[in-house]
Design a protein around this ligand. Structure first.
Ligand code: PNS
Length: 164
């Protein structure tokens, strides 16, 4: 059985993330989407919200599990007996950072390979930060986030902006 970890902040999940999850699920028997709990940058959404959004939008995709982790990614991957870490690459600008992380992870544990999936062309510009910016200023995020979570995301962004 092949197991891959798809790690990230998912603050919040976008259609770009979902595209990578669906494609990874065709390559691996088991895809564990691993949400980082303690991020350096303060997340807008709680760990419960981020995992709940992911659970909702991946319902029905065979072999996909949503989990959260803290600490080193390679330790989590080893605990879950994963052979691979899946990362999505959008543009050249992603490359340097992702390359650095992949080499670091290999240095820490050379049993786990990093596999890069190129983003679909229509999602190349998309990021969680874009979703938050556009939502905050009242723009339409409909095409940026998977079906069924748009209203919850907008509500949360609104609450957050009112708190400030
Ligand atoms: O969605 P993001 O914010 O680009 O995801 C970054 C993530 C979670 C993949 C990365 O920060 C991570 O793996 N953090 C865990 C800590 C770790 O293992 N660091 C060493 C690798 S550089």
């Amino acid at each position: 059985m092949t197991t891959a970890i798809y790690p990230g902040s998912f603050d919040p999940v976008t259609v770009g993330h979902l595209d990578i999850i669906k494609r990874a699920a065709k390559l691996f028997d088991h895809v564990i989407v691993a949400v980082l709990v303690n991020m350096e940058k303060k997340p807008w959404f709680t760990i419960e919200e981020r995992t709940a959004f992911l659970r909702k939008v991946t319902e029905g995709i065979k072999g996909v599990e949503i989990a959260s982790f803290d600490g080193l990614l390679v330790d989590f991957a080893a605990r879950r007996h994963a052979q691979a870490i899946v990362k999505g690459l959008r543009a050249v600008s992603d490359f340097e950072y992702e390359f650095q992380m992949a080499l670091t992870n290999r240095k820490l544990d050379d049993n786990i390979e990093t596999v890069f999936l190129t983003s679909s062309a229509e999602n190349m510009y998309l990021s969680s930060s874009i979703v938050k910016q556009v939502g905050l200023f009242g723009g339409d995020i409909e095409t940026f986030v998977p079906d069924g979570i748009k209203d919850d995301i907008l509500l949360r962004i609104k609450q957050r902006s009112q708190k400030k």
